[in-house]
Design a protein around this ligand. Sequence first.
Ligand SMILES: Cc1cc2nc3c(=O)[nH]c(=O)nc-3n(C[C@H](O)[C@H](O)[C@H](O)COP(=O)(O)O)c2cc1C
Length: 326
Amino acid sequence: MTLHVAPAGQLSTDQVASALRAATLAPSTHNTQPWLFASGPDGIELYADADRTLPVVDADRRELLLSCGAALFNLRTAIHAMGVHPATSLMPRRDDPDLLALVLPQATAPIDRRLAVLATAIPKRHTNRTPFAAEPVPAAAIGRLRHAAEVEHAWMPQLDAGQVAGLRDLVRKSHRVQMADPAFVAEWQRWTGRGQGNRDGVPFAAGGTVAADDTWVLRDYGTSSRAPSAGPLVVVIGTFGDTPTDRLRAGQAMQRVLLTATAEGIDASFVSQPVEVPAVRAQLRDLLGGGLWPQIVLRLGYGSPVSWTPRRTLDDVLVEPSPLIA
Ligand SMILES: Cc1cc2nc3c(=O)[nH]c(=O)nc-3n(C[C@H](O)[C@H](O)[C@H](O)COP(=O)(O)O)c2cc1C
């Protein structure tokens, strides 16, 4: 049966389709796009796509929840920019852990100018793995990025020089652990280095040029050419809990930080090895003082233009609505 986008709450069919397309532009580990959506008369549901898990690198589905949280932030932001309030509940059904969020587009809301700017950044954001220029990210912009994380209930602590050095060691260590694991390498290779014509996975062209002296960019998705690079800004986004809801919040915060960066002309890529290896993640938690659960590590700066990655179509990601919205 072919499923169709339906009008939802205050949104027309075209507006629902446009908001769902914005949601699908979110980043996801290895571009797995592990999300599904349903639209019904009362609203929109976001589901985890259980067929798109990564059993080796993401055994506990933490990064799946981050990716889906990023898609949810895009969805909420796109709806908001239409002047409609996206009333959102996370994990609304205890008996269905794959139903991650329920969004009820309700009465029209005054448009928050900051969210309208972030909505225009959604199609412009791309993971940028190229070497970054020596130019530092201005302190005022870092403050706005930190604020973006906090608005979404996550934190981006200021790291001192010792913590940055410690983080660099943990990146090296976790990278070694992953590359020595044949199951990790096999899973990574299945999703990367892809040619044209795929709707998912990381294409060869998105790999960028890995910098020889840039120890933050260790996972090589594309070319093996080497170029010099200055040290970029590296930040950790963390939450005080580590439940599925905390992870969904972390994904929304991550996406708000990424879109804020895009709107400021700042490029970003992910350095997620130290949060993917559980023992190293525990060490990173200690390095941050023991209070925060590190959820994602980002590299921020000014790179060269990069190309698009593909996405599944709306037909690929639509499922039947549940009685909650039907
Ligand atoms: C939770 C998460 C972890 C990621 N980890 C890495 C990583 O370690 N290295 C990397 O180069 N890209 C990483 N990515 C970026 C994805 O590969 C990228 O989002 C995907 O290929 C889609 O491309 P786009 O971000 O340009 O839209 C990660 C993305 C997410 C959401």
